[in-house]
Write a protein that binds this ligand. Structure first.
Ligand SMILES: [Zn+2]
Length: 338
């Protein structure tokens, strides 16, 4: 039964990926049409969502710059057309978020939807890397929250998840909502605040920090050698918005794909160290939710501060070896601008 579910899942996901990557050209050819029933992929994934809402979602998912954000104005439209409150809407979108998951080790598909302070929503999903240590895995909540981070939200107010957040994710969330006020929605359970799920929390204050990761801040970094290339520059830009208060080791990654897009990922550090999210992981979330797969990766760059306390180099190479073994990481040495 689990295998059957898994196969159905892959088929749906594959179909959705085709839908998203094909974009408007395929709509013009009539596949799939907004009102299609049998071949409407979103109708299979979101059977309880109205056709009008699905059409709106399809437009957002297939827009050229999409990387996981359902903008606040669209969220308002969805709330009105679905006649749901925000918690119910976020829970209703979980099956969609889950279609982006890549869990080849567990085959356990997680979906998450985070709400930013702007009112925008962010899709999250789990990612596992075959052949590599489990510590490299990205949890669904981390993916959704990192997407809110990459879209420069001022903070996050809620997250819906397909299952109760694991301890690792509770600790990760505590860095992004150190007051514990983020609301957590899990189907069939009453809304809960993080402070109730993580009492006596070890948080940023324990290592002398006043704030958590939000709002996103800029570090004044420059590259040691000129980074004229767009990909190298993107990695440097991502390093500038990294959150690394415990090591000072700001880092950023950028992925170029054969479609011509570049996806940025910033390092998001955690007071408990282990739940920290590496920049390549953050960038991969942006790439996968855009509907691109590992086979599309053409180049990867990593920008780090020269001589920093820690490096993401070996972690980046290890993850890349699992998903795009022919791609070599290009490095950008950065320094704090004086
Ligand atoms: Zn987790």
């Amino acid at each position: 039964m689990a295998q059957l579910f898994s196969n159905q899942f892959v088929n749906r996901r594959t179909a959705l990926m085709t839908l998203i990557s094909a974009g408007a050209a395929l709509f013009a050819q009539g596949f799939p049409t907004v009102n299609a029933s049998d071949n409407d992929v979103l109708a299979n994934i979101l059977p309880d969502v109205t056709a009008g809402s699905r059409a709106k979602l399809r437009t957002i998912l297939s827009s050229p710059g999409f990387s996981g954000q359902i903008p606040a104005a669209a969220v308002q439209d969805l709330l009105a057309s679905e006649k749901k409150n925000i918690a119910a809407l976020m829970l209703a979108l979980l099956p969609l978020a889950r279609t982006f998951s890549h869990p080849p080790i567990s085959n356990y598909h997680v979906g998450a939807v985070a709400q930013g302070m702007s009112g925008s929503l962010y899709l999250g999903f789990n990612i596992e890397f075959p052949g590599q240590a489990l510590g490299f895995a990205v949890h669904g909540e981390q993916a959704a929250l990192s997407s809110a981070y990459m879209h420069s939200e001022a903070g996050v107010s809620a997250i819906a998840v397909t299952a109760a957040p694991c301890g690792h994710c509770r600790q990760f969330m505590n860095e992004l909502s150190p007051d514990g006020q983020i609301e957590i929605f899990v189907d069939q359970a009453a809304p809960t605040k993080l402070s109730a799920l993580l009492p006596l929390a070890f948080g940023p204050k324990d290592l002398g920090r006043k704030d958590g990761a939000f709002p996103v801040k800029q570090t004044n970094l420059t590259s040691v050698a000129p980074a004229s290339d767009a990909l190298l520059q993107a990695a440097l830009d991502a390093a500038r918005t990294a959150y690394a208060p415990y090591t000072g080791a700001c880092s950023g990654a950028a992925i170029a794909t054969r479609s011509g897009r570049i996806y940025k990922g910033s390092y998001v550090e955690n007071v408990a160290f282990n739940p920290s999210l590496s920049p390549l992981q953050t960038a991969l979330v942006q790439m996968l939710v855009a509907g691109e797969d590992y086979s599309a990766i053409s180049r990867v760059a990593l920008a780090e501060i020269k001589g920093a306390k820690i490096s993401q180099r070996t972690a980046t190479e290890a993850v890349l070896s699992a998903i795009a073994p022919s791609v070599r990481v290009e490095f950008v040495a950065a320094e704090t601008r004086s």
